[in-house]
Design a protein around this ligand. Structure first.
Ligand SMILES: [Zn+2]
Length: 65
């Protein structure tokens, strides 16, 4: 499914990052596993040039800025 909408560029983060977070199984910032995780852009782990979509629980959006 192609999308022509504008997405923010991936956020570069220093690893290691837990696999659960990279696999969108836990809030990227908080590590929380809730039923209300929402897509929150994507990240690139420095040193591993791969883009991972991430999710957050939405309780700390300010951290994404
Ligand atoms: Zn969270």
């Amino acid at each position: 499914m192609m999308s022509e909408t504008t997405h923010p560029p991936p956020v570069r983060v220093a690893g290691p990052v837990s696999v659960a977070r990279l696999h969108s199984e836990a809030c990227f910032y908080y590590g929380a596993v809730t039923k209300t995780l929402a897509a929150a852009g994507s990240v690139v782990v420095i040193g591993a040039e791969r883009v991972w979509p991430i999710v957050t629980c939405g309780r700390h959006k300010a951290m994404a800025r």
